[in-house]
Design a protein around this ligand. Sequence first.
Ligand code: HAM
Length: 423
Amino acid sequence: MIHIPRGTQDILPSESPKWHYIEDQLKQLMELYNYQEIRTPIFESTDLFARGVGDSTDVVQKEMYTFKDKGDRSITLRPEGTAAVVRSYIENKMQGLPNQPVKLYYNGPMFRYERKQKGRYRQFNQFGVEAIGAEDPSIDAEILAMVMHIYESFGLKKLKLVINSVGDVESRVEYQEALRKHFKPVIHTYCQDCQNRIETNPMRILDCKVDKDKPEMKTAPSITDYLNDYSKDYFEAVKSHLDRLNINYVVDPSLVRGLDYYTHTAFELMMDNESYDGAITTLCGGGRYNGLLELLDGPKQTGIGFALSIERLLLALEEEGIELPVDNTIDLFIATMGDVADQYAVQLLNHLRHNGIKVDKDYLSRKLKGQMKQADRLNAKFTIVLGDQELEQKQVDIKNMETGEATKVSLDGISSYILEESK
Ligand code: HAM
């Protein structure tokens, strides 16, 4: 037997109604915030992520699904959405659109070769948002407000929003130097990756999974002490917006995020559920990326966004014991007695479906009792039993499965009766 690849999962019909519910809800929220959908390819040139996400990040160095296509081009299954959306913004000259910032959202599979854990997959589904073309604390606040709105709209309460400023490029240069100085004397006791990172990108040492418990990690200088005035003011303005919006947050100066493009506002939304025993608690992450467009040969525009995985959203819902109000009912089940009635049922089904009724029948020649059980399993709201007599008289008893009441209705009147009763 061939098995599903490690770190992936089938979304079975019993689960897919939840996905639909979540995706519909997200779409509705996007309309409120006036964001529009963008769909980019699932694979891109490897270069896009190497440059955009950063050569020294774990995502690029260890986690990408990269291969040569038949034309000898290096191709990568997208590990995240931001670089691709920014590529599209640049390529389609969206900076020329009159409405800036361009507010975009996306929803689709991403791929990272990571160690499988509860809430961590090799193919996962990210819903993400990017607002490109404005550098204003109010758009940062809008993005954070949106994150909270999304999670709260599903009834989740045990949430912790963690924010930080990683400063602008200028602030970061000084900070990187301070980190080099701090780690240099002990770097030989760190993993090989960190030994490389000290030269290429010392900030990446801070999110090393191997050396995370080393004492120097805790005493490392904090970016907060290296923020220049512009970065400090920007962060203060974002926080003031959040305060006015009554959004609770915690500032964590050690939050640096695992991708290189972040500047200024960086954030993560965590599960804050004491009973949760899994290792993964980050539900959603994002931030501002002021240099990314230029890095990808684009205009001098800036952006901010976030992404969440639907898998982790489902995990959080499960942990808080929240059942989504998914509709797993059908309107009508048609039970039949005899071949003539069964043939007629095929036409009736077709007619009713064209009139907007969710309807099903038996296909396994079950006895009447078995058909009624099938109606129960399908959560039918109404049932009819169709036999020779009903066909002759051109009317049936429609049984309301909740109340048990039966009403006589003509065969032609079934759809209008159900539509009326379902109002
Ligand atoms: P990220 O923090 O790498 O950021 O991922 C964002 C979210 O994707 C995570 O918080 C988590 O919900 C989900 N995620 C990541 N890896 C996995 C995995 N292996 N299994 C399940 N879920 C996962 C980004 O990807 C940025 N592009 C976000 C962003 C958008 N920043 C600015 N704009």
